[in-house]
Design a protein around this ligand. Structure first.
Ligand code: PLP
Length: 295
């Protein structure tokens, strides 16, 4: 596997970063997870934009232009002859000393990796996931902005560990006020008893997912009522349908939460419709990796 690292394409065994890199020492950096479907990179510009927004908040200077990031992303896919892939773009603060001060790091490290990913086994997309709510709470939006996709994913890892300790594939997290916010690496939607599609608003403390925003658009195209509105665990338990969204997860139905069955215990009609729409949409869109194929 060829990896992009600081201006070079190297075999993965040779792609190394310094132990003094503040991404490694302190989680000081940002990243994106991106997908390619059938030779096109889905929402690549949006992911690059979010990478730059996260970096801007952290005053982290990315030593490449947006176009260079885009071109290098495509090149990583080409060098690995990939058409369907998961791409991880990481910008860390770079090599510094053992102190916290980012000013000691003269140049950010940029890494782009492309590989395959399968977050959940295929059968769960058919039968739906059983999930739990985590006791770990979301970090407060007033202390750490959740829209920064930073290298500090400890809270998410704790949530994921709680899921596996409970024998579940995923867990959802509540914020300090008890509202449902998101999964360990995904956003959440429910269909309420009025048939409305409800997802937590960005201000509640979520990563504003690119998949989430696509699903909202697709639902509106289908004339579904979409509400970005806070909801509680009770609303989740009595929901008619529930699903999670994310670049890695795509759309995955949820059929039980904390052992309460959701709807009739199998993926509901709105979930199925949006899963199908999403798959069609994702394959029509995107930046071509192999432009000669487009002719
Ligand atoms: N929420 C969290 C915490 C995430 O890590 C992710 C995925 O990266 C998402 C939501 C979904 O975001 P997206 O659809 O942009 O991948």
């Amino acid at each position: 596997m060829q990896v992009y690292i600081d201006g070079q394409f190297l075999p993965q065994e040779e792609a190394k970063i310094s132990v003094f890199d503040h991404g490694f020492l302190y989680g000081d950096g940002v990243f994106e997870g991106i997908r390619a479907y059938e030779g096109r990179v889905f929402k690549l510009e949006e992911h690059i934009e979010r990478l730059y927004e996260s970096a801007h908040h952290l005053m982290l200077q990315i030593p490449l232009t947006r176009e260079e990031i885009l071109e290098n992303t495509l090149e990583v896919l080409r060098r690995n002859e990939l058409r369907d892939a998961y791409i991880r773009t990481v910008v860390s603060r770079g090599r510094g000393d053992l102190g916290l001060d980012p000013k000691k790091c003269s140049q950010a490290t940029v890494v782009i990796i492309a590989d395959h990913i399968s977050l959940f086994p295929r059968e769960y997309y058919e039968q739906g996931l059983s999930i739990v709510t985590a006791t770990t709470r979301q970090r407060g939006a007033d202390t750490q902005e959740p829209r920064i996709k930073s290298l500090n994913y400890l809270n998410n890892i704790l949530i994921k560990m709680e899921a596996s300790q409970a024998g579940a594939m995923e867990a959802v997290v509540l914020n300090a006020r008890g509202y449902v916010v998101e999964g360990s690496g995904s956003n959440i939607f429910i269909v309420n008893k009025k048939g409305e599609l409800v997802t937590p608003p960005a201000y509640l403390g979520i990563l504003e997912g690119i998949t989430r925003n696509v699903v909202i658009e697709l639902a509106m195209e289908e004339d579904l009522v979409v509400r970005e509105q806070p909801f509680t665990r009770h609303d989740l338990y009595i929901a008619r349908e529930c699903f999670l969204t994310g670049t890695a997860a795509e759309l995955i139905p949820v059929v039980s939460v904390d052992r309460r069955q959701i709807g009739n215990g199998s993926p509901g009609p709105q979930t199925r419709l949006l899963m199908q729409k999403f798959q069609q949409y994702a394959r029509r869109q995107g930046v071509p990796v192999y432009p000669q194929e487009e002719k």
